[in-house]
Design a protein around this ligand. Structure first.
Ligand SMILES: [Zn+2]
Length: 444
């Protein structure tokens, strides 16, 4: 049984999840906004880990609280006063707020009406809590906030005047940006963006804060990549998303780049394709945007996820060996989808539940692999090749090296370890996170 060891770890995780569900967590209504599906607007009721009755007005709990400030003119972070003096503006918000979201008599928040300010703060809180829950399960413990020395709780706020979403020292602020058609889109309603920001916080806490003087390019690329992967795997915890992705692809996940949205707005404007073909040589002569630099690493991890999914399908006799071989051979080939789609359609129709279980197991294996791997990394010495080594180390522990070949192969295809990023080039816009409110500490 090639993946049996991996599976036993996955099964343990599934049980932990059921325990969480059994303690009567708190219900929220969320719009999944998966990064990889176009036009996905179906809301889903989810349960977050704090027991029903423990989440207070806001909503608020012991890790975070959501508010809708009234008359907040400035975003948190680094500013310069009229007199030219630099200053840091940080939580907690001291002014008035719109009436907070209140729980129903059972302690849940899924009764609120979309379109109200209370729904919006509840959605922001629910999305952040849901993403944190997913990753705390993968880490197998509480993820401490990187700013815990100053704040015990994250302040989540709705700030429509901000054309961005930013997590920083004790805060996550979500603004509004118009779509190309001019329709205002609030990031408080965008699960993908909120989960991505929580991903940044997880990296700061688990991998560390950068030394601003070293300017380690691969650390900043890794940050964006990890934040995207946090959002990607969190999205795959919505039942409706998993069902939809399988129904649209029949499990032929290499075709998700045809479903991929991953286009954000403002600071999130970059087109981020988890399923992409970018390689490191593209950045060898220089780079200007860490979101672009993240692509080879994100692409490698996405392809590893798909390969592990295929291994599990094969292991459970859900696809025949010749199909898996063909799939490996055609990886990256434009004919891939067309050649294999009929086979996937037929086999998926025979056992959709089996495909779903395989995808959930691949997802959870990858989540654990990343969580355990990231803990082996250090901010100042981090390289993409080091990420690959860390994943192999964890795979060695979990499965005896079952997926070593897959990890190595995908990192090699992306030219990781063969080409290092060249010097950083200046860029015209100011979307970089490197010296942003996100990385700024009060000490700066
Ligand atoms: Zn980011």
């Amino acid at each position: 049984m090639p993946v049996s060891k991996a599976r036993s770890k996955v099964v343990r995780m599934r049980h932990a999840k059921h325990r969480d569900a059994g303690n009567e967590g708190t219900r929220f209504l969320l719009f999944p906004q998966p990064p990889f599906l176009e036009n996905f607007a179906e809301p889903e009721i989810v349960t977050v880990s704090p027991p029903a009755g423990s989440v207070g007005p806001g909503p608020s709990d012991d890790r975070m609280y959501a508010i809708y400030p009234l008359g907040k003119a400035l975003q948190y972070g680094f500013h310069v006063s009229d007199g030219g003096k630099p200053f840091m503006y940080l939580p907690a918000w001291q002014g008035d707020i719109i009436a907070p979201a209140m729980p129903d008599e059972g302690g849940h928040f899924d009764h609120l009406t979309p379109g109200t300010a209370q729904f919006e703060t509840a959605h922001l809180f629910g999305a952040a809590r849901f993403a944190l829950d997913v990753w705390e399960r993968y880490f197998g413990r509480t993820i401490r906030w990187h700013f815990a020395g100053d704040y015990s709780r994250l302040e989540l706020s709705v700030l429509p005047s901000l054309a961005n979403a930013i997590i920083g020292w004790g805060f996550l602020e979500t603004g509004v940006v118009p779509t190309e058609e001019g329709i205002p889109r609030a990031f408080s309603m965008n699960f993908d963006v909120i989960a991505h920001e929580i991903g940044h916080a997880i990296v700061y806490s688990e991998v560390g804060l950068p030394d601003p003087d070293t300017g380690n390019a691969e650390y900043f690329g890794f940050h964006e990549s990890a934040a995207d992967l946090v959002a990607l795997l969190a999205s795959l915890h919505f039942d409706s998303v998993v069902d939809s992705i399988l129904l649209r692809t029949s499990g032929n996940l290499y075709t998700v780049n045809q479903l991929t949205r991953f286009a954000e707005l403002g600071d999130h404007e970059q087109i981020r394709l988890a399923a992409n073909n970018h390689v490191m040589s593209e950045f060898a002569s220089g780079w200007s945007d860490e979101h672009d630099l993240a692509q080879p690493l994100t692409g490698a991890v996405f392809d590893i996820l798909v390969d592990i999914f295929h291994e599990i399908l094969l292991d459970r006799d859900l696809i025949p060996p010749d199909m898996e071989d063909l799939s490996d051979q055609l990886e990256g080939n434009p004919d891939y989808g067309a050649v294999l789609q009929d086979d996937f359609d037929e086999l998926f129709a025979r056992n959709p539940d089996g495909f779903k279980m395989a995808l959930l197991d691949a997802r959870d294996f990858m989540g654990t692999l990343l969580a355990d791997g990231w803990q082996l990394l250090r901010a100042d010495t981090l390289t993409y090749a080091g990420v690959g080594e860390a994943l192999k180390t964890v795979d060695g522990r979990m499965t005896g090296g079952q997926f070593r070949r897959i990890i190595e192969g995908n990192f090699k295809i992306r030219e990781i370890g063969r080409f290092a990023p060249g010097p950083r080039q200046p860029r015209s816009d100011a979307a970089s996170h490197v010296h942003s409110a996100r990385t700024m500490m009060p000490a700066d």
